[in-house]
Write a protein that binds this ligand. Sequence first.
Ligand SMILES: Cc1ncc(COP(=O)(O)O)c(C=O)c1O
Length: 483
Amino acid sequence: MTDRAPGGMPPGEFREWGHRMVDWVAGYLEDVERYPVLAAVEPGQVSAGLAVEAPVRGEPMESIFEDFRSVVLPGITHWNHPGFQAYFAVSGSGPGILGEFLTAALNVNAMVWKASPAATELEQVTLDWLRGFLGLPPGFAGTINDTASISTFHALAAARERGLPEARVRGLSEAPPGRVYATPETHSSILKAVHALGLGRDGARAVATGAGRGMDPAALERAIRDDIAAGRRPLAVVATIGTTSVTAVDPVGEIADVAAEHGLWLHVDAAYAGPAAALPRMRSHFRGWEWADSIVLNPHKWLFTPIDCSVLYVQDPGALHAAFSLTPAYLETGEEGVRHNMDLGLALGRRFRALKLWMVMRYFGQDGLRAILGHHLGLARLLAGLVDAAADWERWRPSPFSLVVLRHSPPGASASERDTANLGIMNRVNAGGTAFLSHTEIDGEVWLRCAIGNIHTMEQHVRATWAALQEAAGRVRLRQPAN
Ligand SMILES: Cc1ncc(COP(=O)(O)O)c(C=O)c1O
């Protein structure tokens, strides 16, 4: 038991524990494969190991750290593990982790320029670098949010503001019903944003897809015309480059033409796939995204920056201002021509997230980042080749990025037998500790997703995943319930 004096942790103790924790983190990253990638705990197991009430008197770091290791760590699913291939694989690289450390130490709240000028300006410069790296034209201004969900919410709020200006004063009750268009493949965050913006469930209209699950621009055109005829107000269209389920690509260029003709806001969701635009050979998938009003991509997904870091680019920052700017007297600071981050979204307070992205971009450089992205694309092609060459396995096509969607498909199996078997295969692989995969449904049938994107993932990890899948398929017999 320790009494704590005002003034916080003594510098000597901070230094000692700082060194110990950096050592621990370095060892963890070096040897993360000694942990099972997926946490093997039962619900409630972690909370059962924790005290019911906060300690009345301060505790020594030694016992706090001990509980971190013995209670918290077993309940961690290791996103840094090279076998993490579920959802979209992410990784906090060394420079990004160190950037987070400095951000926590500085602890600035970059709500207005004056509250930390460097945080505001470094964000603008870093996002200009990133824009150039991705081949986007200079017209785009970037801002960092926590997640793509929030970035998309902000973009659609700006779209609503532009498309339904009457709602600003009188609310939505007297405005015509607004509509946002997206395909059924779109991420759930788009629907959440539409609901949260008061447009209701009917505020989102599903647009049919064509080949490869991309949006059919002709269907979009018809939907908009129908809605106008019915007295609705088309507001925005959301095109995705790299959908969550199978990384489908909407034809953004053609969608942009339709959006322009009807004066709709075009938002591009490239939350996962966006960084691939840095590779000239991948640019064709991004054709037309430069005509978007807004684009979201997450450096915390495929640009080796620790969670959270989502970038929203907009052509017209004034549109975000129109939706969100509201300055109370205590935040009027008087500088001319500076950006105040609070004007660009719902939150007043802002973490200094740009620091870690800046450090990642400087440490790896543009060539280094391109090399890692190219390596991941190569690993995905390797796995695709293994699947294609194997009897009784099939692969979803196309798969333009680093996600491989596959399933075990022995001849003669019914759809439900196949689904049960594939869920069983996934559960066996995940229980094995070397890989963690997730699944999706395509036309109501189960497929397995192997997402390559972790900075530590090498060829041997992809081969290990493939071996684990084959081994599991040999054990999960058809017609039996999956275990
Ligand atoms: C295409 C796409 N958009 C948006 C999101 C939401 O991302 P976030 O968790 O940053 O809100 C995801 C998440 O995987 C995604 O795949």
